[in-house]
Design a protein. Structure first.
Length: 292
């Protein structure tokens, strides 16, 4: 079974190519500008769930957001040409309404985020897919909602998770780690007099074992932050459990690598994490309900 939706949902086809190109361009801009390695910082406030980890950030938010906007515009144009962009007005309005309820609460993690140039579109496709690019460019694939028969509460969990990736600037962090790793590998190979094959081997090992850990950390952060956003927007965070139960059923039992080699935590572990956070986020949900 190919990976289809593991939060952050792997982006297929042209969308995946656009993101890959985005990363390559970001690395190229950094090198061409002659920027040195920067320090570590946290891109968000901690919130109730405690998103406090320091991050390696070697490229500016502005550069990445500009390229993300260009990639998103191309994705939207390609979907429109195929007649696959927002073909179901009711579904599009449903997804946009959920996003609109969540967006003001992003200020809990980042004061600037509510003023982002948010955009939400639905692509008609059977893929179980959704993502939020840097700067708040969101896409949902209709197959995710229809095939899993998602409730508004479950859509909100997905939405909160994907928005959290953008708030936390995980794409920026991944680009930075890739730049740092490739620089270190290249310098080390040159100092030791190793050929290109050895450097390639080191790079492969990095991707297989170290880089995947960063991605799993990203996913866990997005799970917890997204659950808080879901609750603050007045959507029941317990829907995270039912969502992942549906994901487990849709995924079946075969075709997944062991968790320690995967870029995404096992579904059962994600459910445990969600359940452990419920005592923290349920009061936020109850408060939101009282306000409404």
């Amino acid at each position: 079974m190919t990976e289809k939706s593991r939060f952050n949902f792997p982006i297929a086809g042209k969308a995946r190519l656009a993101i890959s190109t985005l990363f390559v361009l970001a690395a190229g801009l950094l090198v061409s500008a002659g920027l040195g390695l920067g320090g570590c910082a946290s891109t968000t406030e901690s919130g109730a769930v405690g998103a406090e980890r320091k991050q390696l950030l070697l490229i500016s938010s502005q550069q990445l957001e500009q390229m993300a906007a260009q990639s998103y515009a191309k994705l939207r144009a390609d979907a429109s040409k195929k007649g696959a962009l927002n073909t179901d007005p009711a579904l599009t309005q449903r997804v946009r309404a959920i996003a609109a309820r969540i967006q003001p609460h992003t200020a809990v993690f980042r004061r600037d985020a509510p003023a982002w140039k948010w955009e939400v579109n639905v692509i008609n496709s059977n893929e179980l897919n959704a993502f939020c690019m840097p700067g708040g460019k969101i896409a949902f694939y209709s197959g995710l909602i229809r095939q899993l028969n998602l409730s508004d509460q479950e859509i909100a969990v997905v939405m909160g998770h994907e928005i959290s990736h953008a708030l936390r600037e995980h794409s920026r962090e991944q680009v930075s780690h890739a730049i740092a790793a490739q620089t270190t590998i290249g310098i080390g190979a040159a100092l030791l007099g190793l050929g290109g094959g050895s450097a390639d081997l080191a790079s492969t090992a990095y991707e297989a074992l170290i880089a995947t850990k960063f991605s799993r950390v990203d996913e866990s952060e997005a799970d917890s932050m997204g659950l808080e956003l879901t609750a603050r927007a007045g959507y029941d965070p317990r829907a995270g459990v039912t969502l992942w139960q549906k994901m487990m059923k849709a995924g079946g039992s075969g075709g997944r690598p062991p968790e320690f080699l995967s870029t995404h935590p096992a579904e059962a572990n994600r459910i445990q994490q969600i359940e452990s956070l419920l005592p923290t986020v349920i009061p936020l949900y109850d408060a939101a309900r009282r306000r409404n």
